[in-house]
Design a protein. Structure first.
Lengths: 78, 342
C-alpha cells in the first residue's frame, strides 16, 4: 500500500504517469466490478482460512504427539 | 542476430510456451472437467486430485510465462489483448483462483456438503479455462476489430462469436481426451475403464470438431490459408497431425495408455503448429482492416530487449524443462489415495 500510494502520480517512477498508462478501452464499470469481485473472493478465502485454522487449533495435535509407550490413537492427558 | 530474426525466434518461442501449456495444463484441466463423470465416490475423487496434485501448479506456470513473455517481447499485443479482452481474462483468472483453492480445501473437512461444494468449484474452475483458452485461439484466428492505434474496438460479446465458440469446444474436447488418457496412465480399475470410454468418445469428438473448424475457417477467413498456398512444405504439419491423431486412436484401442498419451500430446502440438503457421506473421489480425493487424514486426520490443530475453530464455528454458521432467520422474507410477494426499 505504502509503495503503491507513495509512487503516485507515477506508475513507473519518473517515466510513466498512471493517467497515461491506464487502458483506454476498459470502461470504468468493468474496473469497479473486478475490484469488488477481487475484494469478495479474497474476503471469502480469508474467512475460510480462519475457519480452517480455528478447526485445526481446536482439534489439537494428532496422536503422534502421544507420550512414548501410550496406546496408539488414545488421548493422553497432560 | 538481426531484429527480424529475433522477432521470428520469439514468435516460435511464444508458440512453444503456449503449446507447452496446452499439453501440460491441458491434461489436468481435462481431469477436472471429467471429474464428475469419471469419479463416483469420495475415494475416487481424491484419487483424481492425487493423480494431478504434484503437477497442476507447475503446469499453470507455462501460461504465466507465455503472458509474461508476450508482455516483454510483443508489448503492443499484450496491451491490446489484456485491455481488449479484460472481462474474459478476469473470468479466466477467477476460475483459476477458485480452482487452485479447491485442491487445498476439499479434504480438510469431513463433511459431504463441504466436499460437494469444492468438487463443483473444481469442475467449473477447470471447465471455464478449458473452454476459454480455445475461444481465445478462435478469436486470434478469426481476427478482432482494431483501430489505427492498435486498440480493440469490440466488446466481450464480440469475442463470443460462433466460430470462436466452435474452436473453444474443440479445445475443450481436446483437453478432455488428453485428460482421460492421462487418467488411464495414472489409475487402475473402474476409474481407468471409465476414463478409457471418455478418451475414445473424446477422440471422435476432437477429430470431428477439428475437421469442422478447419472447414468453417476456410469459409470465414480464407486469408489464413495463404501461407499454406505460398509454402507447400507447411502441409507437413497438418499431415503429421493426422498421423499423430491416428496413432493416438490405435494405441487407445490396444490399451497402450502411455503411448496414446504421447501421441495425444503430439497431436496437440500439431494442432497448435497448424494454427501458428496459419497466423504467421500475425499475432493478432484485425478483422476490419488487414493493415491494422498486429504482426511480429509492428508489435515487437526493441532489438536489445529481444536479445537480452533470448539469452535469458536460453538459460531459463532448459532449467524449467529439467525440473519439470524431474517432478514427473519423482511422482511416476500410479496415483494412490493415502494420508497426506488430497
Amino acid at each position: 500500500m505504502a509503495a503503491e500510494f507513495g509512487r503516485q502520480p507515477w506508475v513507473v517512477y519518473g517515466l510513466l504517469k498512471t493517467q497515461d498508462a491506464v487502458s483506454v478501452v476498459v470502461p470504468a464499470w468493468q474496473i469497479l466490478l473486478t475490484i469488488i469481485l477481487f475484494a469478495v473472493v479474497y474476503a471469502l478465502l480469508l474467512a475460510l482460512l480462519i475457519y480452517l485454522l480455528k478447526r485445526e487449533f481446536d482439534h489439537g495435535p494428532e496422536s503422534e504427539q502421544a507420550a512414548p509407550g501410550a496406546p496408539m490413537g488414545k488421548e493422553v492427558t497432560a | 542476430m538481426s531484429h527480424e530474426v529475433l522477432q521470428n525466434v520469439w514468435y516460435l518461442l511464444i508458440g512453444v510456451l503456449i503449446t507447452g501449456y496446452a499439453i501440460l495444463d491441458g491434461f489436468d484441466l481435462g481431469v477436472g472437467v471429467l471429474s464428475p463423470f469419471v469419479a463416483r465416490n469420495d475415494r475416487e475423487r481424491r484419487l483424481l486430485l492425487n493423480a494431478i496434485g504434484p503437477f497442476w501448479d507447475g503446469n499453470e506456470v507455462w501460461l504465466l510465462t507465455a503472458g509474461g513473455t508476450l508482455f516483454a517481447a510483443f508489448p503492443h499485443v499484450y496491451a491490446t489483448v489484456f485491455s481488449g479482452f479484460y472481462l474474459a481474462l478476469m473470468l479466466l483468472l477467477f476460475a483459476l483462483i477458485v480452482r487452485a483453492v479447491s485442491f487445498e480445501f476439499r479434504s480438510k473437512v469431513e463433511s459431504k456438503g463441504w466436499r460437494r461444494v469444492w468438487d463443483w468449484v473444481f469442475f467449473v474452475g477447470s471447465f471455464l479455462p478449458a473452454l476459454l483458452t480455445g475461444v481465445a485461439v478462435g478469436n486470434v484466428v478469426r481476427g478482432v476489430p482494431l483501430d489505427a492505434q492498435m486498440e480493440f474496438t469490440g466488446s466481450v460479446f464480440t469475442l463470443l462469436n460462433p466460430f470462436s465458440l466452435l474452436v473453444g469446444l474443440t479445445g475443450l474436447v481436446m483437453f478432455l481426451a488428453h485428460g482421460a488418457i492421462y487418467l488411464m496412465v495414472k489409475t487402475n480399475g473402474a476409474v481407468a475403464e471409465r476414463a478409457k470410454r471418455w478418451a475414445v468418445t473424446g477422440w471422435i469428438a476432437l477429430v470431428v470438431l477439428a475437421v469442422l473448424t478447419t472447414f468453417v475457417a476456410v469459409m470465414d477467413v480464407p486469408a489464413r490459408f495463404d501461407n499454406y498456398l505460398r509454402a507447400p512444405i507447411a502441409w507437413v504439419v497438418p499431415l503429421l497431425t493426422a498421423i499423430f491423431l491416428a496413432a493416438m486412436r490405435v494405441n487407445l484401442g490396444q490399451g497402450k495408455a502411455g503411448k496414446a498419451f504421447l501421441f495425444s500430446a503430439l497431436s496437440i502440438a500439431g494442432l497448435m503448429g497448424i494454427f501458428g503457421l496459419a497466423n504467421y506473421p500475425y499475432l493478432l489480425p484485425a478483422r476490419n482492416a488487414v493493415e491494422y493487424g498486429l504482426t511480429i514486426y509492428n508489435a515487437s520490443a526493441s532489438r536489445n530487449t529481444l536479445t537480452v530475453m533470448f539469452i535469458i530464455a536460453l538459460i531459463g528454458m532448459p532449467l524449467v524443462i529439467a525440473y519439470t521432467a524431474y517432478i514427473y520422474y519423482v511422482f511416476r507410477g500410479k496415483a494412490r489415495v493415502e494420508e497426506g494426499g488430497y
